[in-house]
Design a protein around this ligand. Structure first.
Ligand code: B12
Ligand code: SF4
Length: 483
């Protein structure tokens, strides 16, 4: 049996390359995880295609084609599915979008998989091999990731050269919170699934790299698990980057443990500096945290921050863009990032805005966090789009980059380069997907090269950093890109 697994490209990837011709992405874990779950007794030949960086042959030779679908890539996935089905191939769709709107996805596939597929995908493949394929497979109700037979992702199926890094790991799934705009609770529920810490450690050891990324939605959702994971990372001496909520602010011991375990960068969903907007998003728990203080504390521990904000919530008025950009500069966020509120189908936000008649397009290609697809409450869609773009440009002005990095004590070639990369995209939002430029390439590109950080800085601000009191040995914010 021949199986092809595809991650279709979204419109976001229509301009591949950006300032570099080569892809700057890290290796996707979805396809390699699915490949590992193929039952060995089927002796299947497996091929993987990430269409973000490579073309999928028109005449793909496969008996069964599995595609992972997020909302922004669904149109492309359905287009490919139609082509392959017309060639007589069996197409299976799965992933977040399929889980959120199974009825829609089912129209374009021979079979769909709803939810996580650790049990459902092997079952589907066995059925296919036995000629009894069903139309729909669902995540097992008692699905657990704490299982003795859990295989390690087949990272070998992609060429190492195609990506910046293969050192992408996952310890947990789902998150525990229920923010109104987030797809995680709607798609997968609020109960966090956890892989055994010993399994995660073994996965990291096997890959054997020292700079690693965790793609978990919220590594600190379960404090007990988080602490045992971080403690187990200490002997590995890795530098890791991951996602967390701002609630770490309330647990100094946890933050220190994270730093000791090698955490060098965190992506934080700050979302908004307006308390009312946090309420709109059902993310009031963020209001309990003094963001500025948290950012300073993390910087002091040598942890860089990619701070993510969302524009377009009901309490946002026209001054939110400048105020947020100014906040990001003042608090010295290493890599600020802004998104337009997106009512992904299947979320409570989508339902509410639909009930209020405020969604004006369901062209899923535009559901990418960069386009306005609904009527905001206190401004026009055009004002939201323009304000979002202004905020990006504002925080990535040369003077703003210099101010942020200077205050953060992160005036180093890598931090500067990461910011210049984002600056490039800030000025080309209409053409490029701003998050696709995977910044962890930079350490590799510079590895072993002795560089004088003052040189780059002088071009930015005209000052020398060497006497800066906050200057310290800390990680670059360059590896923070997590999607
Ligand atoms: C890594 C990542 C990225 C990376 C790389 C994506 C990639 N190719 O791997 C980058 C940075 C490029 C990225 C970009 C974007 N991402 Co992203 N990303 C993720 C992230 C953090 C991890 C995905 C992952 O590897 N999971 C681990 C694997 C093992 O789990 P999985 O993918 O869910 O797969 C399991 C099941 O879903 C199922 N399954 C999945 N696909 C299939 C297919 C078949 C055939 C079968 C049988 C089963 C199956 O089986 C798997 C095993 O159980 C997720 C959040 C998350 N933690 O899931 C967001 C997430 C997928 N991204 C999201 C979004 C919105 C985006 C962006 C649009 C913007 C953004 N916010 O960054 C862009 C769009 C990119 C594009 N393709 O056009 C959303 C998708 C929501 C939606 N409805 O569309 C998510 C869910 C985050 C969120 N909370 O909103 N992303
Ligand atoms: S936005 Fe973050 S904290 Fe909120 S539900 Fe989603 S993953 Fe959890």
């Amino acid at each position: 049996m021949k199986i092809a697994l595809i991650s279709p490209k979204g419109p976001l990837y229509r301009h591949r390359g950006g300032i570099f011709r080569k892809s700057l992405r890290y290796q996707p874990l979805t396809l390699t995880t699915l490949a590992a779950l193929v039952p060995p007794e089927l002796h299947a030949e497996i091929e993987v295609y990430d269409e973000g960086i490579q073309d999928v042959p028109d005449d793909l030779s496969a008996d069964l084609i599995g595609m992972t679908v997020i909302t922004g890539t669904s149109k492309r996935a359905y287009e490919l599915a139609a082509r392959f089905r017309s060639q007589g191939k069996v197409v299976v769709l799965g992933g977040p979008h399929v889980t959120l709107v199974p009825h829609e996805a089912a129209l374009h596939a021979d079979a769909i998989v709803v939810g996580y597929a650790e049990d459902a995908w092997p079952e589907l493949l066995r059925d296919f091999a036995g000629g009894t394929l069903k139309n729909e497979y669902r995540q097992a109700l008692d699905l657990s990731l704490d299982r003795p037979d859990m295989p390690f992702a087949r990272r070998d199926l992609f060429s190492g050269r195609q990506f910046l890094t293969q050192a992408v790991f996952e310890a947990t799934r789902s998150c525990g919170h229920d923010c109104e705009f987030c797809i995680a609770p709607s798609a997968w529920g609020r109960k966090q699934l956890q892989k055994p810490v010993s399994w995660v450690v073994e996965d990291i050891r096997r890959v054997g790299q020292k700079r690693i990324l965790f793609i978990d939605l919220n590594l600190v959702a379960d404090l007990e698990y988080a602490k045992s994971l971080f403690s187990a990372l200490i002997p590995l001496k890795v530098r890791w980057f991951g996602l967390s909520t701002v609630l770490i602010a309330h647990d100094r011991e946890l933050m220190e443990l994270m730093a000791r375990s090698g955490c060098r960068g965190l992506l934080l969903g700050l979302e908004s500096i307006t308390a009312g907007s946090l309420g709109d998003a059902n993310k009031r728990f963020n209001s309990s945290v003094d963001y500025a203080r948290l950012i300073t504390d993390l910087h002091d521990l040598g942890i860089a921050i990619q701070g993510c904000f969302v524009f377009g919530m009901d309490h946002d008025s026209l001054d939110v863009f400048e105020a947020t950009a100014e906040f990001a500069i003042r608090t010295a966020i290493d890599l600020p990032r802004f998104a337009v509120l997106t009512p992904f189908p299947g979320t409570p936000l989508h339902k509410r805005l639909a009930d209020e008649g405020r969604i004006f397009t369901r062209d899923w290609e535009l559901y990418d966090g960069q386009h306005v697809v609904f009527h905001p409450r206190n401004m026009s869609p055009q004002q939201l789009a323009a304000g979002h773009e202004r905020a990006w440009k504002s925080v990535y002005r040369y003077s703003a980059i210099a101010r942020r990095l200077w205050k953060a004590g992160a005036i180093e070639p890598l931090g500067i380069a990461a910011n210049l990369g984002y600056r490039f995209y800030a000025h080309r939002l209409h053409r490029f997907y701003n998050c696709d430029w995977h910044l962890s390439v930079l350490p590799r590109r510079n590895a072993g090269v002795s560089q004088d950080p003052t040189h780059s800085l002088v071009t930015l601000s005209g000052e020398t950093p060497l006497s800066h009191p906050a200057r310290r040995q800390r990680s670059d914010p360059a590896s923070l890109e997590l999607g």
